[in-house]
Design a protein around this ligand. Structure first.
Ligand code: PBG
Length: 325
C-alpha cells in the first residue's frame, strides 16, 4: 500500500478544535486509575511534613481515621499503606503481629472508609533496624528465610482486612509463597499486586526519608539493575506464572520502555509507580517556577497510560481527586 503524503495527508486536520482533539484522544487518566500512597507513623502527635516531598506528611496513627475519611471524601478510590515503625528489630517482626502497627493501620483505614481499596505494601525495610527488606544472614538478605516472614506479614494484613497484598521485597518466589500462605489461611480470594519489576533506583531517595527506612549499603543484591530491560520482563513473567493478579513497574518515567514491553507480553492488569523522586522533581521544579505542575503531572500520567499502564500509584492522586485534571 503506497503511503500517502502531504499535501493530501494533513494530520493537523484532527487537531483543529478542542472537541475534535477530545474525540481522537487515545488515552485518558481518571481518578479511578489512581492509587494514593500514604505513610502512617506510630507514637507521634502531629502531622510530620516530609521536607523532601512537599505536600506529603507522615500521618500520626491517632489522626489516621479522620485523615482516611478526608482522603475518601476527596474522591480517592484506593490507597497503598506504609507504616513508619518505632518498634524495629532484626526481622521486622512487628509487621506480622496482630496488634502491630501494620495490622492496626489497616483496621483503622477499613473501619473509617470501608469502600476505599486498601493495599498493603508487603516488605520489611520500614520495620527492620538495619533497613534491609528481609532477614540478614552473614551480610546478605536471605531469600528463603525472608519468604517465611513475608507470608506471616501477608496473612496478618489479610486478617486485618487489607483488600490487596502488594509484595515489594523483590525476593525470588515471593508471589508463590504468598499465594500459598493466603490460600492456606482462608484468603484464596485476596489478590496479589506484585511489584514485579522493581529497580534499585536512586529515585527512591525521598521515600526513604518519608518512611524512615534509610540503610547503610544498597539493595542491589535483590532489586534490579536499572540497566536491564529483558530481565525486567523475566521478573514480571515469573510473577505472573507464580500467580500474581497484577504486575507493576517501578519507578515510572525513566522506565516507560519496560512498561511497554511488559504490556506487550501479558494480559494482566499492569500498574506503574510514579515514585517519590519523580514527585519531588516535579514539585521542586514547580516551586521554582520552572514547570507548570498541573500540566506536567497530566503529561507524565498520560505517558504511563500511553506506554500501557492500567493503574498508577502517585503521590499526586489526592490533588487530582480533589481538583481534577
Ligand atoms: C519498600 C518500598 C520502597 C518504595 C516503595 N516500597 C522503597 C525501596 O524499595 O527502597 C519506594 C517508593 C517511592 O520512592 O516512592 N520496599
Amino acid at each position: 500500500m503506497p503511503i500517502e503524503n502531504y499535501p493530501s495527508i494533513r494530520l493537523r486536520r484532527l487537531r483543529k478544535t478542542p472537541a475534535l482533539r477530545d474525540l481522537v484522544r487515545e488515552n485518558t487518566v481518571t481518578v479511578n486509575d489512581l492509587i494514593y500512597p500514604i505513610f502512617v507513623e506510630e507514637e507521634i502527635a502531629a502531622m510530620a511534613p516530609v521536607t523532601s516531598m512537599p505536600g506529603v506528611s507522615r500521618i500520626p496513627e491517632k489522626m489516621l481515621a479522620s485523615e482516611i475519611k478526608a482522603i475518601a471524601a476527596d474522591g480517592v478510590k484506593a490507597i497503598m499503606m506504609f507504616g513508619v515503625s518505632h518498634k524495629k528489630d532484626a526481622t521486622g517482626s512487628d509487621s506480622w503481629k496482630n496488634d502491630g502497627l501494620l495490622s492496626r493501620m489497616i483496621k483503622i483505614a477499613k473501619d473509617a472508609a470501608p469502600e476505599l481499596v486498601v493495599m498493603s505494601d508487603t516488605c520489611f525495610c520500614e520495620y527492620t533496624d538495619h533497613g534491609h527488606c528481609g532477614v540478614v544472614e552473614q551480610g546478605h538478605v536471605h531469600n528463603d528465610m525472608t519468604l517465611v516472614n513475608l507470608a506471616r506479614q501477608a496473612v496478618a494484613a489479610a486478617r486485618a482486612g487489607a483488600d490487596v497484598i502488594a509484595p515489594s521485597a523483590m525476593m525470588d518466589g515471593q508471589i508463590a509463597a504468598l499465594r500459598d500462605a493466603l490460600d492456606e489461611s482462608g484468603f484464596s480470594n485476596l489478590p496479589l499486586m506484585a511489584y514485579s519489576s522493581k529497580f534499585a533506583s536512586a529515585f527512591y531517595g525521598p521515600f526513604r526519608a518519608a518512611a524512615g527506612c534509610d540503610l547503610k549499603g544498597d539493595r542491589k543484591a535483590y532489586q534490579m539493575d536499572p540497566m536491564n530491560g529483558r530481565e525486567a520482563l523475566r521478573e514480571s513473567l515469573q510473577d505472573e506464572a507464580e500467580g500474581a493478579d497484577f504486575l507493576m513497574v517501578k519507578p515510572g518515567l525513566p522506565y516507560l520502555d519496560v512498561l511497554a514491553d511488559i504490556r506487550a507480553n501479558t494480559l494482566l492488569p499492569l500498574a506503574v509507580y510514579q515514585v517519590s523522586g519523580e514527585y519531588a522533581m516535579i514539585k521542586f521544579a514547580a516551586q521554582a517556577g520552572a514547570l507548570d505542575e498541573k500540566r506536567v503531572v497530566r503529561e507524565a500520567l498520560g505517558a504511563f497510560k500511553r506506554a500501557g499502564a492500567d493503574l498508577i500509584l502517585s503521590y499526586f492522586a489526592r490533588d487530582i481527586a480533589r481538583e481534577g485534571f
